[in-house]
Design a protein around this ligand. Sequence first.
Ligand SMILES: [Zn+2]
Length: 328
Amino acid sequence: MTQLTIKGKFDKNYIESAILQVDLKGGIPKNVEQILVIDHPKFFKAIEPKVPKTARKEFEAAYQSDPTSMSLTYGTFDLIVISISLKEEQYLKTNKRAMIGLLAHELMHIRQRRKGLDRAIRADAIRAFSKFEPKLNKLKIPKKILANFYAAIGESANFTLKDIYDNFELIDNGMGEYILEDYWNLYHFGKRFEKPVFYSSKDTPYKLINHVQDAIDFELNLISAISPFVKMARAGNKKAERLVTYIAKNYEVNISEVANAYDDVIQYSIDKFKWSGSFRRKFFTMVFKRAFYLLDSLELKYEGVELKKTKPKKRKGRCVEVTRRKKS
Ligand SMILES: [Zn+2]
């Protein structure tokens, strides 16, 4: 039986009824231990006694580094966190369809993770990158910078692909309207996804590379929302079509070069979508190739550029997953 912990100013009945509806639609996988619903990061502590001791630190760190809704897995222990602390997330307290959509989305991550999807995606990303790596020699950019750059993009593409699998299965299960309601509100209230500056002529080449990386990361994050709703729009859903247009106009606006470069990644993810390694490897290869193209077209000169160590940027989005499936 799934246990529910609620902390904050919530209407308990509202939350319980949303969870019940997800359950009735077959959305709660067996043995999901805990669902935590909170409206302030400080309430995350409330779940600690129920988390296996060895996982507590890691769960806390994963959540606090980007306090948003997520699914966390450690061994066979699963925890869903529904976090509604930001101003632009408050709609989740009153919009039940959106709440159902978010719950179903997080629970789907667990269902697919148990089928081995997270691991498969990671392995396919690594395979695709090792094949692609020799091509990087053509770029006149120091190896270390390129390694960091591609590690960040690979990580981001990993999240994107997981969300595409998740949302596509929800759409096929008839839950499309619910996730649409959630994303619709998230993007309309969303100051969370600040617009990155793609580049400036004053940038040093090193800074420029970081900006390109930020812009690609930003676009990959958007693709998690664009692909599923382009799929729904193609099936005739007008609201989905409006959301896709809204995202293009309000979010892709400062990164049009990157958005254009990645447009066929979106098309590919819809047209060729499959539960298969070759689909996933091609997806990653396309992501890497477009990044290469963007770097190559900048014609950077690296004379005397200082190598700085930068902290890897945290993805600004939903659903950071910690996966620790025990090796069997
Ligand atoms: Zn997700």
